[in-house]
Structures are given as C-alpha cells and as structure tokens.
Design a protein around this ligand. Structure first.
Ligand SMILES: C[S@@+](CC[C@H](N)C(=O)[O-])C[C@H]1O[C@@H](n2cnc3c(N)ncnc32)[C@H](O)[C@@H]1O
Length: 262
C-alpha cells in the first residue's frame, strides 16, 4: 500500500506489530521482568506472549539452566515469535492455546508473566485459575495492563480514528485494551488462589518511530483495524496525526503492574 507520500506498508500484521510496537513495550517489559525477580534456572511462562517480547527478555535472566515457554491464541504472532527468538540457551518454546486451557502440567512454572494480555481474556477468572494451576507453590505472577486510555494521548488519537473510520465495533474492541483495572485483576488473582498481591502504576515517556512511518503501520497491525481497506487506513492515519502535537514522537504511556505470589 502507498499513500500520497509514497509510504508502503511492509511485512505481515504480526511482523509490523513486532517491529513498530517494540519501543512502546520495551520499558514495560523491563519493569515486568524486574518485578518478577527472575533468577538463573527458573522456568517461566509468558502467557499471551504475542510475538514474544517478555519471553525474549526473560531468557537471558534464567540462563542456560532455565526454561522459557510462550502461549498465545494467535498462531500468526507465534510464527513471528519463533522466527525472532535468539538461538541461544534457553530455547523458547511457543505454543498456540487459549489462556483458559494452558497446555502445561500442574506447577510447571516458577514464574508466569503476562504482558498486556489479561484484559483480552474472555473469562479472566478461568484464565487466572489456569495460571495458578501451572504455578508452583510460592511461585510468582506478574502482569501489566494499560490504565485509563485518557492517560495516553497517542491511544486517545488512535481511538478517535477508529471511531471515525472503523465504526463503533472497532472502537469498542480497541477500548478492551483499557478495560482491566488493578482491582479487577487482583481480585481475580485472589479468587484463583494467589496470595499476596501488589499493584502500582508505571508511566514512561516513550520515543516511538517517526510518526509518518509509525502511525499507519502500527494501526494496521492492531486487531480492530486489520479489516480496514488501504484507503481507510490512510485516512485514519491522517486523523491520528491531526490529533497529536507536531514535532515530537515522544508520548507518555501508563500501565498498571500487578504482582502476586502463589
Ligand atoms: C496486546 S497483545 C500483547 C502481546 C504480548 N504479550 C506483548 O507484550 O506484545 C495481546 C495478546 O493477547 C493474546 N490473546 C488474546 N486473547 C487470548 C486468549 N484467550 N488466550 C491467549 N492469548 C490471548 C492475543 O493473541 C495477543 O497476542
């Protein structure tokens, strides 16, 4: 696809997600992995791993004696995850499965990570019961979920464009990303059998890719806009740019970081 500036979308939607969302996720992944306090030899599950940001960050921390696994419902994202992960020890094993039916044995993991996934699970309690089942006693859980959308101007601009160009369903699907409060997540973790829980908001000012390149590519990689025609995507990208200040590609993003002990 090319717009008036000659811009072309490159790669598949999961490849664009991996490339363009990496700077946005990076500081949150670091915070998530730090909060989980990984150690050499640990066995880690990245639940709703997508293209594998958290799994790849965990691998060097658990080292050659550790194991890292990723589970996600989206086989296309897993394909990118498998292609991208470094061929170093430990090898990372990615499996397609829903979060409420994790294909691993009871108490298999020392740590379960979930980076921006919990808000999308259709039955959060069922998914966290599964997470608890595969976590060993005293094992850890750490997750991030976005806080309110209005705390992230870039997301407000994306939502506005989806409402205008993608219709009510696209906008409603997008809002799911901001639908899981810390209270909902911690209550559900306790019901699932986790003990001590903590939560805190973390904000980073993140320098994204230059907006003329980022805006259409990022939008085209998101589930609510994947069905947009090329022309609609170009128009939506213009709407996003119009809602953002000129001359910067640095924006604040806020997520809630939740931890729990099994
Ligand atoms: C915003 S992405 C986050 C992906 C990755 N953790 C990251 O940090 O980029 C949400 C992910 O949740 C996955 N997902 C949604 N519903 C799921 C479910 N029921 N079971 C497993 N994964 C699910 C999606 O396929 C998607 O990869």
């Amino acid at each position: 696809m090319a717009d008036a500036t000659g811009f072309h979308l490159k790669g598949s939607a999961p490849e664009r997600y991996e490339h363009y969302v990496a700077p946005l996720m990076a500081p949150f992944v670091t915070a998530l992995v730090d909060a989980a306090d990984l150690y050499p030899g640990a066995t880690v599950l990245d639940l709703a791993c997508g293209t594998g940001f958290a799994a790849r960050a965990a691998a060097p921390q658990v080292g050659p004696a550790g194991r890292v696994f990723g589970v996600d419902i989206d086989e296309d994202r897993l394909e990118v995850a498998r292609a991208r992960h470094p061929r170093l020890y430990p090898d990372i094993e990615f499996t397609a499965a829903p979060a409420d039916d994790i294909p691993h044995r009871d108490q298999a993991f020392d740590v379960v990570l979930c980076q921006q996934g919990a808000q999308f699970f259709p039955d959060l309690d069922a998914a966290l019961r599964e997470a608890a089942r595969v976590t060993r006693p005293q094992g850890r859980f750490a997750a991030t979920v976005w806080t309110r959308m209005d705390e992230s101007p870039y997301c407000v601009a994306q939502h506005h464009a989806l409402r205008k160009h993608g219709g009510p369903d696209a906008a409603a699907t997008y809002r799911t990303a901001f639908s899981c409060t810390a209270e909902r997540l911690t209550d559900s973790l306790r019901r699932a059998g986790y003990g001590t829980t903590t939560h805190r908001d973390i904000t980073f000012d993140i320098e994204l890719f230059p907006l003329e390149e980022l805006v259409p590519a990022h939008l085209s990689a998101l589930s609510p806009s994947r069905a947009m025609t090329e022309q609609t995507l170009i128009e939506a990208a213009h709407t996003i740019r119009a809602h953002l200040p000129e001359g910067t590609s640095t924006f604040p993003f806020t997520a809630t970081l939740v931890t729990a002990i099994r």
